[in-house]
Design a protein around this ligand. Structure first.
Ligand code: NAD
Ligand code: PRE
Length: 302
């Protein structure tokens, strides 16, 4: 039996439109309704036939839903939820896909008092945004982390887990604060580093903008992909997960200073040992079958 029969997606960008496409493929009998506050996005979603219905208001979108998924930037979650609070059916489950969980959970609980809220985070994405950027296989073999509050209804948690399994994801449960610390290291800090290094390279007086473009074929190219990620989304992530990111950044700066010192003092053995350790970590990831799907992940879906 399907976990949900009527699914509503609020926010039809990369993640919302990918969910819509994946639901169409994996659960074709599900009735899909979508809403986005941007009329241009609604028109594109209509043209792409992402959903059975695209509504002009959030309230109309949720009126008979049994699952509502918020796919808007984390800083907009509270306002987006407040926009449909009055029309939410009492037995509907509300979820989200935000990249940070603790603050989003607080915002959703405040906007939707008494509602069944099971937050989630599919750890899958690309640097692109908007309804045309989505694709159905985005969640295949990727983690989807559910962060239910203590005492959350286990049946609701299992229904949401089954929904994501059907979209191809593997499920993990985590406390929201722990999620935010883990993702601060594995996702948020790497983005901050990419945003920094690409900015630094183009600011360097002895390196021209055209040289940055011309020679960004190697490792730097990977940084430019990440640094092209959506500015609204990432502004919100850093503001929402501020404490964990600052904590990890402090630790990162100390480790960077240690490497800087090893270079200055010519400590080759120290550098070699460090690089050997990080190479082993990368090889471990590949052995576990969790390598990137492809180096050009996302771009091949142009
Ligand atoms: N991009 C990724 O790699 C990725 C991966 C996992 C999770 N996420 C999370 O998914 C969420 C959506 O990210 P995305 O990449 O799909 O962004 P996106 O920019 O592609 O889409 C977001 C959509 O939300 C709409 N929107 C914004 N505020 C709204 C509101 N109040 N009501 C209705 N619609 C609203 C925008 O018009 C836009 O179409 C974010 O919370 C992000 O943290 C992103
Ligand atoms: O591959 C990318 O482009 C991503 O940035 C995806 C990525 C990540 O950091 O892993 C980005 C943010 C999300 O919350 C989840 C996934």
């Amino acid at each position: 039996m399907l976990p949900f029969a009527r699914v509503t997606i609020i926010g039809l960008g990369l993640i919302g439109s990918s969910i819509a496409r994946a639901v169409r493929q994996a659960m074709p009998t599900v009735r899909l309704t979508g809403h986005d506050f941007d009329p241009a996005v609604r028109t594109t979603a209509d043209t792409l036939q992402l959903c059975d219905d695209i509504t002009d208001t959030a309230g109309a979108a949720v009126i008979d839903a049994d699952l509502v998924i918020l796919c808007v930037p984390v800083g907009a979650m509270g306002a987006a939820a407040a926009g449909f609070a009055a029309d939410l059916p009492a037995d509907a489950i509300v979820s989200d896909v935000g990249s940070c969980k603790a603050e989003v959970a607080r915002a959703l609980a405040e906007a939707l008092p008494g509602a069944t809220i099971i937050p989630a985070h599919p750890v899958a994405g690309t640097e692109r945004s908007g309804p045309e950027a989505g694709f159905a296989s985005l969640f295949h073999k990727r983690w989807c982390i559910l962060t239910p509050a203590e005492g959350a209804d286990p049946i609701a948690v299992e229904r949401l887990a089954e929904f994501w399994r059907r979209l191809g994801a593997d499920i993990e449960l985590m406390a929201p604060d722990h999620h935010d610390r883990v993702l601060a290291v594995t996702s948020h800090l790497p983005h901050l580093i990419a945003y920094t290094i690409v900015g630094t390279a183009s600011d360097l007086e002895e390196v021209t903008q055209s040289e940055v473009i011309k020679y960004s074929a190697g490792g730097f190219r990977d940084f430019t992909r990440i640094a092209a990620s959506d500015p609204t989304m990432w502004r919100d992530v850093f503001l929402s997960n501020r404490e964990a990111v600052l904590d990890m950044l402090q630790r990162f700066s100390e480790d960077l200073t240690a490497l800087q010192r090893a270079i200055r003092l010519g400590k080759g053995e120290e550098l070699f040992d460090h690089f050997e350790r990080t190479r082993a970590i990368r090889r471990g990831i590949i052995e576990q079958g969790q390598d990137d799907p492809a180096p050009d992940f996302g771009r091949s879906h142009d």
